[in-house]
Design a binder for this molecule. Structure first.
Ligand code: FDA
Length: 311
């Protein structure tokens, strides 16, 4: 119930306009979002790199409906990549195709993605296409395979969601292509026809695909905070003799920072996905929907900080 309510709230622009004016809400968001400006994203990236944690920066924003908005988002990504390079941070960004005009005109989206990928290549960087809801899965994979991968190869990668029934076949296809895959569970509410309704099936498929990618994939990103799965990944890597430079773990900014540091300290590669930008509200609501207990947790820490400042 709570998850559905939070996901519904994530799609209400009027509530976002109201929430964005609230200082408390902005502090609340700062746990999961690095700020609104490029400079704030880059500062967060530098701070993480100082902890030997790699970063992928995401300029928050989703589906756009007019070309000018897509072009503006693209300009912002180019500016971001240049700022990362100038700051000495590894150039690695995550992008949503709908933000680049995928729903407006695929040729426009291609032109925008080419600008971002040309910059990534110039900076020896990498661009990950985030995966959106299942209505985009086939289109995103086709666009990746036929329009971007032949031209940009190892500078571009995709995401596979273990929640989707189709994902085992997609993983095999991407392994054969030698494409870079990020594996996650999937953040969207999907119908049972396309996704497993039972979380145990999602987790079981995650484990199976994770092992397959660790064995045969091209530098997969294992994106999860699930401690049981992470333990299995470590055990599997040790048992199979898969060295830390063959894959990396990935987590979200502000989520399980203890685990991020622990795995990094044990010598495993760790990348944190750092979102920033003015469009933080839908992202924040999706994170709260994943773990509604965060609402109490973050409010508690804001209160504790306020009380300790008064003392
Ligand atoms: P699960 O949801 O089973 O959580 C396992 C445990 O992790 C929880 O018990 C809790 O301890 C902790 N946890 C999880 N979420 C938390 C939170 N928000 N706050 C605090 N603790 C939390 N999805 C998508 O559809 N497309 C995409 O492109 C991406 N990209 C992506 C990149 C990266 C780097 C990550 C880490 C995740 C994504 N996701 C995503 C989101 C992903 O699909 C998924 O929704 C979340 O990662 C939560 O799932 P877990 O694998 O962590 O497991």
């Amino acid at each position: 119930m709570m998850r559905r309510a939070l996901l519904w709230l994530s799609e209400q622009p009027r509530i976002f306009r109201f929430v964005r004016r609230s200082r408390l809400a902005r502090r609340f968001a700062s746990r999961f979002v690095a700020g609104e400006e490029v400079a704030e994203g880059v500062v967060a990236a530098r701070t993480l790199e100082a902890r030997e944690i790699r970063v992928s920066l995401d300029l928050l924003g989703e589906s756009v409906s007019v070309p000018a908005e897509a072009e503006a988002a693209c300009d912002h990504y180019v500016e971001l990549q240049d700022a990362m390079q100038a700051a000495g941070v590894e150039v690695n960004v995550s992008v949503k195709l709908t933000q680049m005009g995928f729903d407006v005109d695929e040729e426009l989206c291609l032109a925008n993605m080419r600008r971002i990928l040309d910059r990534a290549r110039a900076h020896n960087g990498f661009v990950r296409l985030d995966m959106e809801s299942s209505e985009y899965t086939q289109r995103t994979l086709d666009f990746f395979e036929h329009r971007l991968f032949p031209e940009y190869g190892g500078h571009v990668g995709v995401v596979i969601q273990s929640a989707l029934r189709r994902s085992a076949a997609d993983v095999e296809h991407l392994i054969a292509l030698q494409a870079r895959v990020r594996l996650c569970k999937g953040a969207y509410l999907e119908p049972a026809t396309v996704a497993f309704p039972d979380k145990r099936d999602v987790d079981a498929q995650y484990l199976a695909l994770m092992k397959r990618l660790m064995t045969a994939g091209t530098f997969p990103g294992l994106a999860t905070h699930d401690e049981a799965i992470l333990q299995q990944a470590v055990r599997f890597a040790q048992a199979e003799g898969i060295p830390p430079d063959r894959f990396e773990f990935q987590m979200l900014y502000g989520v399980r920072r203890d685990l991020q540091d622990r795995l990094r300290g044990e010598g495993w590669g760790m990348r944190v996905y750092v979102p920033f930008g003015t469009q933080w509200y839908p992202y924040l609501m999706r994170r709260l929907a994943e773990r509604p207990a965060n609402i109490g947790f973050i409010l508690g820490s804001i209160l504790r900080e306020a009380v300790s400042r008064r003392r």
